[in-house]
Write a protein that binds this ligand. Structure first.
Ligand code: AQP
Length: 330
């Protein structure tokens, strides 16, 4: 039997946080052993909010080098840049004709992101439809993403079902694959809010590429509470978040993390959390800086990835065009 297909993407909308790492990126490499994986850098998603062109270009190549530094292997997976495979937009447009504006208006991420914009762009509203196209183009069964993306995966299933029943069986229905620990890492400054790379307050997040001293400083400033006792409780969201981060980096459960810190104070908790993050990220940072210098090698990887992704995408799109009633092009 053919291996199942895994699909995921990350936006080059800034330098990645440990939220992106725990929720998504850190889980990608091991999936390569069991599945056929496609890992995309979703630059077209990134421009749904304003970007500085030169920064976007830099962030895109940074993200490619980071994928590789985190163990993604172009021999095992298809690694590519979304804008290099125009089939995403082509399918996205068709799917836009199968989803109501009301349903898109109800997406939580849209509401959150729209609030922060001076002018809300139509692309931001349509973001989840492009995401559905990303996944459905490759007939992916599993999508490793953080908990914040659950609603978008449900919408993807909904759109696929609608298409399948309106025309005929075409798309595989994907399932979310969220990590057991750290599926929603919270801001270090406002633990009621998710950690985001585009947060205005840099103390709210830790970047994968932050140096050791910055990590220690940001963790030491993390908001806790005045209880003084370490518990894993929603009443202590700051402490709970630190326990989750520790558990994710140590690859243990939140309960085990709690047992480890029983009877210790917040200073000890913060110190150990920081050291645990540093121990895992240091070798990744070293590999990243090496890989990032070799522009030709990066170019060879994204070009090859785009060709392989395009070949798969065209197969699906050809079917879709025929079913919709377009005169065939391919
Ligand atoms: N705080 C988080 N905890 C766990 N997982 C997270 N992810 C994002 N934040 C957390 C997961 O990271 C992957 C890539 O996300 P993305 O860049 O495609 O978009 P996002 O979810 O909008 O991430 P950010 O960091 O919040 O970006 P900005 O600030 O640009 O909007 C996804 O799998 C996501 O679930």
């Amino acid at each position: 039997m053919d291996k199942k297909i895994v699909y995921s993407g990350i936006q080059p909308s800034g330098s990645l946080t440990i939220g992106n790492y725990i929720g998504a990126l850190s889980n990608f490499a091991e999936l390569q052993e069991e599945y056929n994986c496609l890992y995309c850098i979703v630059d077209m998603h990134a421009i749904t909010v304003p970007q500085v062109p030169a920064t976007l270009r830099k962030n895109t190549l940074d993200l490619l080098a980071l994928y590789l530094a985190c163990g993604l292997d172009p021999e095992k997976s298809i690694i590519y840049i979304q804008s290099h495979v125009p089939e995403h937009v082509e399918l996205g447009w068709i799917l836009n004709t199968m989803v109501g504006v009301g349903q898109l208006n109800r997406m939580t991420q849209y509401k959150d992101k729209a609030q922060k914009q001076k002018e809300v762009l139509a692309g931001l509203l349509n973001y989840p439809v492009l995401m559905a196209a990303d996944i459905l183009l490759y007939q992916a069964s599993l999508v490793p993403v953080g908990e914040d993306q659950r609603q978008h995966i449900e919408l993807t299933r909904d759109i696929a079902q609608r298409f399948n029943s309106h025309y005929s069986e075409t798309f595989t229905l994907p399932d979310i694959m969220a990590p057991k620990v750290g599926a929603r890492v919270m801001s270090l400054q406002e633990p009621s809010k998710k950690m985001s790379k585009s947060d205005d307050n840099a103390n709210g997040f830790i970047l994968i590429l932050d140096d050791a001293d910055t990590i220690r400083r940001k963790i030491s400033r993390a908001v806790t509470d005045s209880e003084g006792v370490i518990r894993y409780s929603d009443e202590q969201p700051g402490v709970k978040n630190l326990l989750d981060i520790y558990a994710a980096f140590e690859k243990i459960t939140a309960q085990e993390a709690l047992q480890h810190f029983e009877g210790k104070n917040y200073a000890a908790l913060k110190e150990e959390v920081a050291e645990s993050i540093i121990a895992e990220l240091s070798p990744i940072q070293e590999r990243f800086h090496e890989l990032r210098q070799d522009k030709e090698a990066l170019e060879a990887i994204y070009k090859d990835g785009a060709q392989r992704a395009s070949a798969l995408a065209r197969k699906t799109l050809r079917k879709v065009y025929r079913k919709v009633g377009f005169v065939g092009r391919y």
